[in-house]
Write a protein that binds this ligand. Sequence first.
Ligand code: BES
Ligand code: MN
Ligand code: ZN
Length: 505
Amino acid sequence: MNFDLKKLDLDAAASEKCDLLAVLVTEEFKAGKDPLSALAGQAIKQGDFSAKLGKVLQCYNAPAAVARRVVLLGAGDGSARAVRQAVLSLSSLLKGPQVKRMVVASSAALSGPAVSALVQAVAEASYVYTTTKSKAEARALVRCVVGVFDVIKVRSEFDEGVALVAGVEFAREWGNRPANHATPTMLAEAAKSLAKQPRIQCKVHGPAEVAKLGMGAFMAVAQGAEQPLRFIELHYRGAAKDAPAVVLVGKGITFDTGGISIKPAGEMDEMKFDMCGAASVLGVFKALAELQPALNVVGLIPACENMPDGRAVKPGDVVTSMSGQTIEILNTDAEGRLVLCDALTYAARFKPAALIDIATLTGACVIALGGVRSGLYANRDDLALALQQAGDVSLDLCWRMPLDDDYADGLKSNFADMGNVAGRAGGSITAAKFLQKFVGDIPWAHLDIAGTAWKGGAAKGSTGRPVGLLFQYLLTQAAAAAKEVAKKPAAKPRAKPVKRASAAS
Ligand code: BES
Ligand code: MN
Ligand code: ZN
């Protein structure tokens, strides 16, 4: 799908040729003389429409516009959140076969974040999964023109939004694929495909290399599976070589049966989504490839299946992690922290500016925060604040959770340096405390996305979260770094700009 940014007021929007003209009408709207705003004004006067969020009026062959369909959308205060909600109400129309070209116009000037939210919402509303369907009806929408009053003012947020769409859709695609279509080897191939784009490199470590690194915790999870593990290492190099990288670590359990501590059968299919942390890292790299910002990012993905088997790790087994710390595996279903802890130890070699892991880690986090906000943990206040704000701006929300040392008490073991589970109480927090034992003094954050990475029920599917939050955080870091460089005249020049890859997807 292609997005275009165009200067349009309602008067100009009326003569746009397309299958659907969506008109965002905000609370400050006052009817003018042009036919479209006259139409909106009349509808409001008659009580058939209002600018309230959620209000929709569909018009067909209306003389006020060239477009066959005109939909007036109440857009409330015109904020990013309101625009997103208004556009999402078009979902059933945009998922259908009729609308190939759409134009979105607005009665008021939209802010940069609102334009980015608009682009995200059009993509989200029109997304269809097709990969494993035999008679797939792909997304019909091929082009969306975003009409704004001032193109120059919102250009950068528009470009960021378009790049983010590519990233979110990459994450959704890999999240949605069934486990037999998204094995650790296939995930590694997906990562390698990203390395075809400028500034991205990918290295895939197999079982022998992982054994050599001493990743005993990661290997213990993988040992019950026929599918071989993969440790995926991605690099995006957009800044000077010596500029410290942000390191992202994504949990890549391509299927979580629970292992010998096996899960109940109901809804176990949803454990194909247990690699959504990994998918979010891939999605961020896809977005970076599209936008080519000036910063360095490393992505690490420990990928394997968690299976019950004659060779599988057993409750009570003690393994030695890459850090040298020993772990008593009391519950083989607490496998995410086992694959992550070795990846976190590996990450230290990059001396990260920030180390952020993303994981569908605990059912307890779903109980605590539901599907609205991801759980955020951090050992630095500034990092927590930056991530929280990135979530607010991108409408990909998170909420900070505590890391008091007392929460680690339950992890004590009589037979190893630690157990891999504490009691049921505070399960998301004790999982985070386990991870913290492997990051030392590095500025670190952990996002528990168990409640936000996918939806169950009739709308079952991956959400692509938290690619938006992470990408926003990275862009903010890049902007801050650019400011620092501008302050220091003696600083080394950053890498030469590379021609942007096509934003079309
Ligand atoms: N992948 C699951 C977490 C999960 C469960 C996410 C349900 C979303 C929905 C994770 O590997 C797991 O099984 N965690 C256990 C930990 C427990 C054994 C301490 C859990 O949450 O039950
Ligand atoms: Mn599990
Ligand atoms: Zn899991």
